[in-house]
Design a protein around this ligand. Sequence first.
Ligand code: ADP
Length: 581
Amino acid sequence: MNRVKALLKEKFGYDSFRTGQAEIIEKILNHENVLGIMPTGGGKSVCYQLPALVLDGLTLVISPLISLMKDQVDSLNEMGIPAAFINSSLSNPEIQQRIRLAVDGKIKLLYVAPERLESASFRQLLQYVPIELLAVDEAHCISQWGHDFRPSYLKLADTIEELQQKPTIIALTATATVHVADDILRLLQIPTNNQINTGFARENLTFQVVKDAKENYLLEYLKLNKGQAGIIYASTRKEVERLHHLLKDQGIAVAAYHGGMSEQDRSKNQEDFLFDRVRVMVATNAFGMGINKSNVRFVIHAQIPGNLESYYQEAGRAGRDGLPSEAILFYAPKDLQVQKYFVDQSEGNEDYKKNEYNKLREMDQYAHTQMCLQRYILRYFGEDSHDCGRCSNCMDSREVIDVTTEAQKVLSCVKRMGERFGKGLVAKVLTGSKDQKITQWQFDRLSTYGLMRDWSQKEVTQLIDYLTAEGYFTLTEGQFPLLTISPAGINVLLGKEKVTRKQNAVKTLQVDDELFEELRSLRTQLAQEQNLPPYIIFSDKTLQEFAEKQPQTTLEMLQIKGVGQNKLDKYGEAFLAILQK
Ligand code: ADP
C-alpha cells in the first residue's frame, strides 16, 4: 500500500485517499473481487486506475459511456499512463492496432463498451491477453431491477466464465438499491463482505421540491443566480425546445440538447456548455452521461423524471467540485402523466412495466413527503441517515398541524368506496362533485359524500398524496394505482394514531390582520403615486395570501397567485420589506 500511496501522489497528484478508495484498492491488490458504491464525484476512477499501474497484466475497463472513455484515456495519457479505448468510432485497422498494443503489453488499461463483449473475435482475443483486473463501471447496468439495464452487461458473466485465467473484478456504481447491489454481487461473483459502500449522501447538495412552479419562478431563479452554470432537465424534446426558446428570448446564454438533434449540433452545444460559452443547458436525460463539468451549480428538473435513481444521478451532476449546489424538482401532476406514457409505450413485458410504475410512484412520493428530502432518497437506496437540515422540507417553517380528523374523513371515504378507486375519484366524492361517475356508482349516497365540501379537489388530492407518502395508504401496483388502507391507516381510523402535517394554518385563511393592514396601506400609497386603482397593483386576495404565507424572498413571492414577473420587478421589493420585518 505504501507504493500505491506514493503513486497516488506521483501520478495523480493527490495527497490522500478519499473515503473508500484505500479499502477498495487494498482488496484488489489482494486479488479479491469487490463492489464499490460511491456517490458521483466520489472518486471511483482512481480505484481501478491506480491498481492498474501496480499490476503486471492488463486492466480491462467496461464502460458504457463512449464520450467518457476518450476523456479518461486522454487524461491517463496526460499523466503518463499508457491507455487506449476501443469503440465503434474507430476503424478496423485502428482497432487492430490497439489490440496489438494490448497483446504486446504496451498499455496498462484498455477501455471497451460492453457491446464489444458480444463480438466472438474480441472474446477469443481475450484468451491471449491475460487480463489481471476487470473493472466494471456503471455496474448497476447489469441488473434488470436497475433503471438503466443493458442486456450486453449480462454477457459479462459468461465472458468471465470463459476466461482461462480469472481476473480480479471491481464493480463500481453511484446508484444501487439493495436489490440492484445484490444482483451485482451475485452476477459478478463478489463476496457479500466485499461491498464497500461509502454512502450516497452528497453533503454539498441542497434538495428542493417546488410545487406548481411557474415559468416566472425559473426566470427569477436564473436572474438571482446570474453567472452560475446549471442544467435544466425536461422529459420531452418538445419541452426542451420550448424552454430553450423561452430562456433565449430572455437573453440568457443557453443551449439545448436532446436525442432528436444532429450529432453535430449536440456535440457543439455540449462543448459550449463545458467551456462556459453558455451557462445554462436545457436537455432531456440524453445529456449528461459522462459529463465531468465540475462547476455545475444547479440542476433543475422542470418535469419529474421517471424514478429516483435517475433523479439522483442527474441531480448529482451539480456540485461535483464539492461546493454548495442546488437540486430542484418542479412538481406538477400533469408531468407525471408524461412518465406514465413512457412506461406504457416502453417495450418491456408486464413485470417490467409494473416495476417501472412502482419506481415512478416512489418518485412521485418524493414530491409529497414532508420528510427530509436527502433522507428520503438515501432511505430509498437502503441507507439510514439524519436530517440534512438544508433541504426545502428541513427548512419548511410552517406550523405543524393536527390533521387527524381530516385524515379520518379521507380514510373512511376510501373504505366506504371499497378500496377500489384512485385518488381522483376519492377527492371528487369527498368534495361532493356532481361528476357522472359518482352518480353512476351511487357514491352520492355515501355518508362521506361532500364531507369536505369546503376543500377544493386539488387540496384534497394533495392531502391524499401526503397521506400516501406518509404510508397511511398503500397503492396497488400498475398503471392506475388504487388506494388501499395500510395498517397505519387503520390505526388512524381507530383513533390509535394521530396525523400531523405542516401546512398554512387550518383550512380557512388565517390572516394576520395587522400585517394585512400594513400591506394594504403600502398598496394605497403606491396606487396614489402612480394614479392607479389599488387592485391593479395587487388584489385583496393576493395581499391576503401575502399576509398568510409571508413570503421572504422574490422566489417565494412568485409562487403566490397574482404575482407575475412584471409586478414583482415593480413592487416586490417594497412589499418584501414589510413582510421580512
Ligand atoms: P466518480 O467517477 O466517482 O464520479 P471521479 O473518479 O471522476 O468520480 O472523481 C471525481 C473527482 O475527484 C475528479 O476530479 C478526481 O480527479 C477527484 N479525485 C479522485 N480521487 C481523489 C483524491 N484521493 N483526492 C483528491 N481528489 C480526488
